[in-house]
Design a binder for this molecule. Structure first.
Ligand code: FE2
Length: 379
């Protein structure tokens, strides 16, 4: 993959972060799913991802099948086991469809493994060299929250379509992209009292610094509450908010996630666009469902956030949320869960200067989520 220009607004140096683990960006996100062929069709049709690479029986892989999809700098891998004894089956049984791997693009996967393991990471994959006619890749991996892992990918000596063993996936069905550009942040939900454990993990083991924290006073409604801290690597390209449930009058949405996912895991993947109105219009037309935002939200939103470049009417029609911090504003929207269990969803975000995460929207958002929870009888 070519060198990524992630955009100057993200190149803010976080001074407290340490640089023993230089990260170039998110390399890929791998989901274990029950039926990769059909999931791939969904991500192409609904989200505008493009066919990129494939591995399965036809390419010599005997026990599983993986479809790789791309849109601009985002690479999704969808993997399903082909035999009953494959350990991926247990993951699917425990968690349903969900994110297994958040892979990070590095220059040196061996050093990334050694430095993080030295600082206390639990090894998942020893540095491994994989090669084919397109060159070689070195990958290594460590465990993070739940059964989720980080894999470090060193691909500077490789020019194939994805990884050794994968073939270019040629398809006659190529729905157009919808303007999704790169992974802005990936959010983890962890159990009661575990947020600081994982904040410490990202600080101590990966050299990340804390950007922001929200406590349950910031992020609570009449019924539900959560706490959140945002961890970032030094160049700001990798941002991992960590949520834990907090006590409210009814069940926290984080607890609902933990119950259905069977533990900690990735709650949402936030994807950046340069034109959220066009992107969300296209996604809705293709069947992606978004959380409903009440009209009342828009009656006073401009009093809260001040002047914005966009007309309010299309934002309100689509249900796009607006927030402002000291550096600018942002536009964001959240899908409903994209899997059967009420677990993983997507956020679409357009940053107009703001580097924060929409704190001012939490209350409005969570009230919208609670209406969804209520309809499932899990509030
Ligand atoms: Fe988010």
């Amino acid at each position: 993959m070519e060198t990524k220009d992630i955009g100057s607004t993200l190149e803010k140096i976080i001074p407290e972060a340490e640089d023993f683990l230089p990260l170039n960006g998110t390399d890929y996100v791998e989901l274990y799913v029950g039926n990769a062929k059909q999931s791939a069709h969904y991500y192409k049709t609904a989200f505008g991802f493009q066919s990129q690479a494939y591995a399965g029986l036809e390419t010599g892989m005997k026990d599983r099948v993986s479809y790789v999809l791309m849109q601009d700098k985002i690479r999704l891998v969808l993997t399903t086991p082909l035999t009953k004894d494959d350990p991926i089956n247990e993951h699917l049984q425990n968690h349903g469809d969900g994110v297994k791997v958040v892979a990070l693009w590095v220059d040196d996967a061996t050093k990334s493994f050694e430095e993080t393991v030295k600082r206390g990471a639990k090894p998942f994959m020893e540095p491994t060299r994989e090669e084919d006619e397109n060159g070689f890749v070195i990958r290594s991996g460590i465990h993070t929250y739940g059964e989720t892992v980080h894999i470090f990918v060193e691909r500077k000596n490789y020019n194939g379509p994805f990884l050794p063993g994968f073939k270019k996936w040629e398809s006659h069905y190529n729905p157009s992209p919808v303007g999704l550009r790169y992974v802005d942040h990936m959010v983890g939900n962890v159990g009661w009292g575990e947020m600081n454990t994982w904040v410490d993990f990202y600080a101590r083991v990966m050299g990340f610094a804390q950007l922001i924290s929200f406590d349950d006073k910031d992020i609570s409604t009449e019924f539900t509450a959560l706490m959140s801290k945002v961890m970032s690597n030094g160049n700001g390209r990798i941002k991992f908010p960590i949520n834990e449930p907090a006590e409210g009058r009814k069940k926290s949405q984080i607890e609902e996630y933990i119950d259905f996912y069977g533990g900690a895991g990735v709650q949402h993947m936030a994807i950046a666009t340069d034109n959220i109105i066009e992107t969300v219009t296209a996604l809705q037309a293709r069947g992606v469902e978004f959380l409903y935002v009440p009209d009342e939200y828009y009656s006073d939103v401009l009093d809260r956030v001040g002047e914005i470049d966009e007309d309010l009417a299309p934002l309100q029609k689509l249900g796009i949320l607006i927030d402002r911090d000291e550096e600018g504003y942002l536009l964001q929207i959240f899908t409903k869960p994209v899997v059967d269990r009420p677990t993983m969803f997507f956020e679409i975000i357009q940053r107009k200067g703001a580097q924060s995460f929409g704190k001012g929207n939490f209350k409005a958002l969570f009230e919208a989520i609670e209406r969804e929870q209520e309809s499932r009888g899990t509030l």
